[in-house]
Design a protein around this ligand. Structure first.
Ligand SMILES: [Zn+2]
Length: 118
């Protein structure tokens, strides 16, 4: 069974859940303090080269780093938080959700928000 998020950004901003706020650049959950840092992207790709992943074969660490920087943004680390995009709302990630406690925060205001599921 599939839960589909179907809500407008305008409606979502009315659904403030608490006074918790996700600060700009904060990399842990304001609610449960779970660490959202998923580790170094470059280290992941170098490890993949050692494991035989085809795309990295024959490339130096520096070449892998240059390739990575074309597709990812600083600080070049994986995030465990889940990006949510609302159909009909902002064209891109509008909310961040904690993978552990499922608390959801507005990307722009940082406010904890309840997104109705249908
Ligand atoms: Zn959490």
């Amino acid at each position: 069974m599939e839960n589909k998020i179907n809500n407008t950004a305008e409606n979502a901003t009315k659904n403030m859940a608490s006074n918790l706020v996700l600060a700009e650049g904060q990399n842990c959950c304001p609610k449960c303090q779970s660490d959202w840092d998923g580790g170094s992207i470059l280290e992941t790709f170098i490890k993949q080269r050692e494991e035989g992943v085809k795309v990295w074969q024959g490339k130096s660490d520096e070449q892998i780093e240059a390739d990575m920087k074309e597709s990812y943004s600083p600080p070049y680390r994986w995030g465990k938080n889940i990006g949510i995009e609302i159909q009909g709302g902002y064209d891109g990630v509008g909310y961040w959700q904690c993978p552990d406690c499922k608390a959801t925060f507005n990307r722009f205001t940082g406010a904890e928000t309840i997104l109705p599921l249908r």
